[in-house]
Each structure stands twice: as C-alpha cells, then as structure tokens.
Design a protein around this ligand. Structure first.
Ligand code: HSE
Length: 426
C-alpha cells in the first residue's frame, strides 16, 4: 500500500465532526479503494465543546486553523469553518499557495472567490475540490464536470436548500407557522449559522452561481443571480397550489436562453406530478437538461453531517487517487465572463397573493391593474384565507407582472408585499 494521504481538518462543527467520523469508521474500505490510507493527522477547533464531541483519535488538536497550511506533514487541508472571507479564505489562500490540496464545503467562499482559488490551485499544481458545497450528499458537480462533460447543457435547476424545503414541506403538511418550523430545522443542524441565508435564498444563490459556472464554463457570478426567499409565504399558498395541481418549492435555476445565461432563485409552483414536486423535507434535487443525454435527475440529502461528510470524503478519495481536475471543468483562466440575460423578460404564468384590508372590495382594482399591465387573469379567489386575494395569471413577462403588483400596492392599502411566484412548466 502507498503512503497515506495526510489530512488536516479545520472546524469540528456539524460537517467537520461528520467528516472525521466517516474517515475513521470507514478507514479500511477507503484505504482499499484508494490503495492508500486517508489519515487525519491534525484538526483545528477553538470551541472546546465541539472538540470534545469528536473522536479524532491520534490526530493533533490545534487552536489555529491557519497553522494547518504551514505544516509539512499535511497534504490536504479540509476547510469546514464557513464564511466567505475571514479565516476560511485566508486558509484557502495559504494552503493553495503552499501547494496543498484544498477541500471545502464552503459555498459562500466558492461563490465569491471561486475563480481566484481555482487559479491559485492551478498555479501550484494542486486540486481545489468543493463537491460538498452544492446539494450536500448529491454528487452533482462531479456528474456535470465528468460524466456529462460531452454535453452542451441547456438548463440546471432544482431544490438546493434543505432548510427551505423542510419548511415548505412542513408548512404544507401541518399548516404550522414559518418560525416554529425554522427553529426545528436549526435544531436538526440543517440551517446556516445565519438562517436568513437559507430563508432569503442566499444559500441557494451561492449554489446556483457555482452550478452555472460549471454548466456553462463561465466565471462564478453571484451578483447576477436574481434572488428571492420564502419568508413571505404562508400555508395558504401550499393549499391553493395543491388545489390547482401544483406544489411550492424554492428553486434555483441556471438556464442558457441563447441570449445569455439567466440565474435565479425564487419560490415557484411546480406541477404536483413532476419529479421535483415529490422531493420533500431536507432532501435536495437537481435536474440537468442537456443536448445528448436529455434530462437527468439527482436526488438526495442536501444538508446534515453525514451526507455532507460523504461529499467531502469523496473529494479526498479522488485526491488520494491522483486528483488533478480543473475545479470548474476547464482551466480557470479560460472561464468566460458571464453574460447574464434579463430575468424580468422571461415569460411564465404566475401565482399572486395580495393582502388588502377589504378583499372583496379590492378585486376590481386588482383586475384592472393586471389588465392595464397586459397580464391575463386565469383564476381569482378572495375566500381562501382571511384578508387575501389570490390570482393565477396566464403567460406574461416578469416585468409586466412586477409592474401590475407595484400598481396594486400603490392604489390600495396592503398588509405586506404581494407574494409573486412563477408557475413553472418544466
Ligand atoms: N443550510 C444549507 C441547507 C446547508 O439548508 O441546505 C447545506 O448547504
């Protein structure tokens, strides 16, 4: 058997603990598959409770994660601290600059600094790997980068945030309020340290930007992702969606329109019989539409210690076997500047919910605003939830629907911003 791959793990929180446990519990199997052991030689964690909760065997416990980048007895640094800058970024720069392979689950850092880090890895001749950054345990980056590499990809979309999917599923099944369910998702270890990243769509935007870079050979462009979250949604949205044959999901979508790439994260209605409508709870799903393979669908646990550890260890195993791939599928210097297309010009049917003081009295005004903006009305309900008028539209441009909503908001008193969701046909 060859020399071990020597690993340093920075951060022993949920994912760090899971990664160390997986490497220890399946050590024999991993060594057999790699032809060499994958051994944790040092871990870094400042929180004493976190450190005490993980059995890291003979590995040395350090206070300072940055020290891992300096040690000559480490081949790979695994960063599981989080945050798009700060220590995580410094560690990435030092490790890659010091010719150590670098594995991370940090979607925020890759979404903000992916190209810089990929360039640094290539300059040093080491591997940058971040499978765990997108869709937890689902090996979607590897699938796009390797198995589907012969295809021209048209669209990648799906459910990329387990916390939001957990909340939307529980809202649908129990009718319980948003805040209670979010607290539950946090207790289960699904949510980000700052859960606004989950519920406002930011976490899914990080993942969408990374997927777009891989799928379309473009630089990661987080600013181009039009992002909306789920905090304004209520159980009634799921009830009415179900009545109409749909289900509400927070989708990330990256799509080549021919006139540029659209990237967006927003709650949408998807047909109840579509594969992603049936993906519930913390599960994620990714759908790739490509020219030769057509449609492939991937589903699995998108968050939590064990599935995410599975992805981190998969990267370590690939590195132990030789590594050397380009993080975004092509040399980082050849990634093209993204050419974003205007999301507001996309057309679809819409679901809208307004909260006027007098729902029955508001119907005529809402219908007139939609008509004036050229948005056809398909259904209108004022009796599904107290204080609500719900509308479904025919096909209309996003910009026209936005204008109609603004016009309603300007013409009558509403409690809160109107809820606006596309009704997707894919
Ligand atoms: N907070 C994320 C989620 C964790 O809920 O999906 C995995 O990226």
């Amino acid at each position: 058997m060859s020399a071990p791959l020597r690993v340093g793990v920075a951060g022993l929180g949920t994912i760090g603990g899971g990664t160390v446990r997986l490497l220890r519990e399946n050590a024999d199997l991993i060594a057999a598959r790699c032809g060499r052991p994958v051994t944790v030689v040092a871990v870094a964690e400042r929180d004493k409770d976190h450190a005490a909760s993980v059995d890291f065997g003979d590995a040395e416990l350090l206070d300072d994660g940055l020290a891992l980048a300096e040690r000559p007895d480490i081949d790979v640094v695994v960063e599981l601290i989080g945050g798009h800058g700060g220590i995580a970024l410094e560690l990435a720069r030092r490790a890659l600059g010091g010719e150590k392979h670098f594995v991370t689950a940090n979607k925020a850092m890759i979404a903000h600094h992916g190209q810089e880090l990929a360039l640094a890895a290539e300059k040093s001749g080491v591997t940058l790997a971040f499978e765990a950054a997108v869709a937890g345990g689902i090996p979607i980056l590897k699938a796009i980068r390797e198995s589907l590499a012969g295809n021209r990809i048209r669209r990648v979309y799906g459910i990329f945030n387990g916390t939001c999917n957990y909340i939307l599923t529980a809202m649908r099944d129990s009718g319980r309020p948003f805040a209670d369910i979010l607290a539950e998702a946090q207790a289960l270890g699904y949510a980000e340290a700052d859960p606004t990243f989950d519920v406002d769509g930011v976490d899914a935007a990080h993942k969408t930007a990374i997927l777009a870079a891989l799928a379309f050979g473009q630089r990661v462009d987080l600013d181009a992702v039009r992002t909306a979250g789920i905090r304004d949604l209520a159980p009634v949205d799921q009830v009415v969606a179900a009545e109409l044959g749909y289900c509400v999901k927070l989708l990330g979508v990256a799509e080549d329109t021919g006139a540029g790439v659209v990237t967006r994260v927003e709650p949408c209605l998807v047909a109840a019989d579509s594969p992603i409508a049936r993906v519930d709870g913390v599960f994620n799903a990714v759908v790739v539409d490509a020219d030769f393979v057509d449609r492939t669908v991937y589903q699995g646990r998108g968050a939590g210690a064990e599935p995410t550890a599975s992805a981190v260890v998969g990267d370590l195993i690939d590195i132990a076997r030789g590594g050397g791939w380009h993080a975004f599928g092509v040399p980082a210097g050849r990634l093209e500047q993204a050419k974003p297309a205007e999301t507001a010009l996309l057309s679809s049917a819409y679901y809208l919910r307004f909260a006027p003081n007098d729902p029955r009295g508001a119907i005529a005004g809402i219908a007139a605003a939609l008509n004036e903006a050229g948005v056809p009305v398909a259904n209108m309900f004022s009796d599904r939830a107290p204080g609500s008028v719900i509308v479904t539209t025919g096909t209309a441009q996003g910009a026209a629907v936005e204008q109609a909503c603004a016009s309603v908001a300007g013409s009558m008193a509403l409690a809160g911003t109107p809820v606006r969701m596309r009704i997707e046909e894919f």
